[in-house]
Design a protein around this ligand. Sequence first.
Ligand code: URP
Ligand code: ZN
Ligand code: ZN
Length: 464
Amino acid sequence: MDLIIKNGTIVNSKESRQADLYIKNGKIESIKDSWLYTEIPGTEVIDAQNMLVMPGGVDVHTHLEMPFMGTYSTDDFLTGTIAAAMGGTTSIIDYAIPKKRESLKKALEKWHKKAKSKAVIDYGFHMAIVPPIDRPLEEFEFLAESGVTSIKCFLAYKSSLMASDVDLYRILEKARKHKILVCNHAENGEIIDYLTKQLLNEGKKEPIFHAYSRPPGLEEESVSRVIKLAGMTKTPVYFVHLSSKGAIKEIKRAKKDKQKVFAETCPQYTVLSEHKYFSKNFEGAKYVMSPPLRKYKHCSSIKKGIKEGVIDVIATDHCPFNFNKEKRMGLRDFTKIPNGMPGIETRMAVMFNEMVVKQGLSPNEFVRLNCSNPAKIFGLAQKGDLKEGKDADIVIWNPDLIWKIKQEHLHENVDYTPFEDYIVTGKPVTVISRGDVIVNNGEFKAEPGRGMYISRHTSKPAYS
Ligand code: URP
Ligand code: ZN
Ligand code: ZN
């Protein structure tokens, strides 16, 4: 049914305005100062008085049903996208990860199969490039034609996913040719491997040693190296999940030098710190992810980077594993703890609270970081903006509602949230995807499989 959203404040990345929004056939038909709902018979009217009406969130970094470290992330495309929707997110881009020597075509088919009958919101895919890379390099044209216009290079996870410097250089050369954006997990995997072996030899096996095995300097070094190599090949690059002060410094410098460099962080790197690894009863394992949580001074630098526009995108890196099951694989050895944590449902609320309510970022900047920038950078032409002709992907947000995050009230398929007992201000109330109300006053109501694949365009910010 067509909709009118009345009396709300429409928030886009550049401006806010008091206006009504008319949705027809799943698209934004028009935005007017005021509608008389009697003007359009048969149209449902939603009153958004005192609410912010924002583009639905775009989370460009998720790992749903991902095979990793001997197990699978526990959210699939049904539970993961329901949780996303409940948190105000209406599009995701998930990382397809090929097995060693598997063709990218095969991997893409697998990811389509995982998502098709399950996703409740729209989704696209990035493709990871894992060594050996000769064959994957031949498939870049196929990727671009299939709407997969970004790839990922892991510079960590030696002996599984890690690309060598030569791999990276060749990937950068080829990606430029096909106008593919190269996303980088930037940590120096060789040195991490060396430090890890040292720690294990010394019998240091608790979760805190995960953090000590990958200090912030190794992120800074890797970011700097990728920037240098990308500069030589003239390839735009994107950095996922940045966590450290030094990385921000490198990105800032590259941007100042007018290099095409884009940066992402995640809520956990703004509000959680390394002290979590000292939690009793192995609870530090809940926060074992890569890169790891850092000292608070790094959280402050990340927030400064967000405010100064050094960071372009906030995503989740949602990669959940149960504390009482998968995480226990590393009870006696931190290297066996599956890396990753949940966050797909809490991203918008944690960031609204931390950056808008506490740090004074404007709601427009919030929209830019969580909705419009990710859509633009990753070629989601129909998403991320409330403009006539765009998909009607909308979140109606109560900016004043104060609530406590509790795992038992979330929809992520995992037995904890790293944000347990966080008190936040701001909550999604109603969520609309292509004109369908999929969350109505906090209640989920949509069929599995209604989400559609988004064949993505070339990134305009990267390649124009
Ligand atoms: O610890 C993490 N981040 N797990 C997911 C895989 C990745 O590196 O993004
Ligand atoms: Zn990563
Ligand atoms: Zn990730």
